[in-house]
Design a protein around this ligand. Structure first.
Ligand code: ZN
Length: 367
């Protein structure tokens, strides 16, 4: 994510903090200053919010480590003012596993709350809840309560909260995955609407959370739509078969000619029928700037070949394109280059398929 800094690496997962997080810290400090007017109150407030976010990080690790048990990697965890975000390479397809991964987060908060409660009651420090305030009452007890709130809030059955995933997984046991997601996303947006109304009436901070819920629900529904549209298709359906190739010995002038003459932006580089690299438009422009138009393709291309077999599922290829940061995959059949595929090709196929599908639905409606 842009505007994020790496904070720490735990259990092989990088934890990042987003720039806007510091705005939250400033805001908390300022509101404590306005409330109490002492530096110790400001310090108290900031330490509390940091402890709260440490619990949020543990919550995300609950998700990440459970997912790891099912062989799913977590790319990184980012701390945002509204909470944590664990970027997993994918979600488990088995609903039971998805439920386990989703519940692991809130479970961590419940465990923290229980341990704090145990410690407070053993040391006789527990005070009645109505004596607690933002700054008053034992630190550990306030932290215990906020962990309970975190657990409950995350169990609300609305995307992108963990409860929304549980709802989707439960629905997915009864209907197909796409319909389950669309239904769970509608429940999520219904909840967001209600939360937004409450925010307008009572607390503007709710509107902030609300936006996150709304966008999260829409994004999840969109991703699922894409997945279900291309499920069962092979990469052969989306690849481009009419394309130009370059040789490593070609000068960049040839790449310029080809770029201007067609709509192709990225070229596979072939050395005696074997793919040896890719020259993207960005590589071409950089090469022209640094080495001039007489430079060889081999000096500017990206080596290392990312290729897919023609029968590989489109869903897998899409995932690879998203994680490998490469613009282009070459498609091979029995080791021979037969096509190229990039994000644009796949998106084109998806919009065509969606249009066909819509049309089909309408036709049925009229009949
Ligand atoms: Zn969670």
């Amino acid at each position: 994510m842009k505007w994020s800094w790496k904070l720490i690496r735990l259990a092989g997962i990088d934890v990042y903090v987003h720039a806007t997080f510091f705005i939250l810290i400033l805001w908390i400090g300022l509101s404590y200053w306005l409330l109490e007017g002492t530096l110790s109150a400001v310090f108290n407030g900031i330490v509390f919010i940091l402890a709260l976010f440490a619990c949020v990080v543990l919550h995300e690790f609950g998700h990440a480590l459970t997912a790891r048990r099912y062989g799913i990697r977590t790319l990184h965890i980012t701390l945002l003012p509204i909470g944590g975000l664990a970027a997993m390479e994918r979600m488990p397809d088995d609903p039971k596993q998805e439920i386990a991964v989703a519940l692991a987060g809130p479970a961590v908060n419940l465990v923290i709350a229980f341990v704090l409660w145990l410690w407070l009651s053993l040391s006789n420090m527990l005070v009645p809840v109505d004596q607690l305030s933002l700054t008053g009452g034992p630190f550990a007890e306030r932290l215990m309560l906020i962990n309970l709130v975190l657990a409950v809030f995350n169990l609300v059955p609305a995307f992108p909260m963990d409860g929304g995933r549980v709802l989707r997984a439960v629905l997915a046991m009864r209907m197909n995955h796409n319909r389950a997601t669309q239904t769970a996303a509608k429940v999520g947006q219904g909840f967001a609407l209600w939360l937004g109304l409450m925010g307008l009436l009572y607390n503007p901070f709710l509107i902030f959370i609300d936006l996150f819920v709304w966008i999260g629900a829409a994004a999840e529904a969109g991703m699922e739509q894409v997945k279900s549209t291309i499920s069962g298709m092979s990469v052969g359906r989306a690849m481009l078969t009419d394309f130009e190739v370059l040789s490593p010995h070609d000068p960049l002038t040839l790449a310029i000619e080809l770029t201007l003459a067609s709509s192709q932006k990225d070229f596979p580089v072939l050395d005696e029928d074997e793919v040896v690299g890719v020259l993207t438009q960005a590589d071409l422009l950089k090469g022209l700037q640094e080495q001039g138009e007489q430079a060889r393709v081999s000096d500017c291309m990206q080596g290392g070949v990312n290729s897919a077999d023609i029968d590989e599922s489109l869903e897998k290829v899409l995932q690879r394109l998203q994680t490998c940061q490469c613009r282009l995959l070459s498609v091979t059949e029995a080791g021979r280059l037969v096509g190229i595929v990039n994000m644009d090709n796949i998106m084109e196929l998806i919009s065509i398929q969606t249009a066909l599908h819509e049309d089909h639905k309408q036709a049925k409606w009229q009949a």
